[in-house]
Design a protein around this ligand. Sequence first.
Ligand code: SF4
Length: 297
Amino acid sequence: MNYTGPVYRPPFEADSLLLQVTVGCSHNQCAFCTMYRAVPFSVCPMEQVEADIEEAARRWPNAKRVFLENGDPFVLSAERLVRIAEAIHAKLPRVETIAMYASIPNIRSKTDAELRHLRALGVNELNIGVESGLDSALKLMNKGHTARESIDELLRLKAAGMDFGLNIIFGAAGSDHWRENAEATAALLNTAQPYLIFTGTVHADPGCPLYEDMRSGAFVENTFGEYLDEEELLLELLDLENTYYFGLHPSNVLPMRGMLPRDKEEMLKAVQDMRKRMKDNLDKRPVRVGEGAIINR
Ligand code: SF4
């Protein structure tokens, strides 16, 4: 299999066949992201993709799920994605789902008919970094979309029968605005009803604008107490029908997962218990290492 540049996947795609169709990210400007900073965006040649599918068919003929790489493969035209999906089904007949990272502008560039056609070909369970439902936070993070645009495009996906997981960032609005961030993000999630929510807290490595803003004090991150308050408020406000809440990213103050609404009370209790355990540290801010992992809880 050909892999060019760094290749990332969500933790819950660990068992998926990773098929690279793009290199880098077409946006590559989120304030907190260093994943593809040094990698110019490009589209993999169709011949390479077809050769990789041939190889995958020899090595993993029973694959059921494919995750297309890299940062936002849904940027590809619907026509190119149809070609890729048809090539996958021709060689890997057991594949049921073709998932990938996608951005809100990626969805906007496709018609409703194109979304339905892609869904019919197994494209589903897109992983989308909406990050927040608060416009000021989206601007700070330089996401390139507004909350209204998120809702509009996610509802178009829903109407096309396509499901999605949404990534959100606690603390994306900064320390003074954790309450607004929780309220606006809960409202977005309640409207969109994703099948999965993937949470993390705001963190930045050297080489991105947010890192400089955090160092200079232009952006002040939540305290531990504010992170717990923000997650607690979000959980209280969530009104979801059937969503897996995946909060095991190392940047989180409290590792958490569960099904909502089923496990809501248990999850709220976990936040309250953590607050008690951390009572002497609630006013401190995280010290982090790689991937935002916290080392001073
Ligand atoms: S967070 Fe996602 S969309 Fe933003 S620059 Fe990084 S890979 Fe691209």
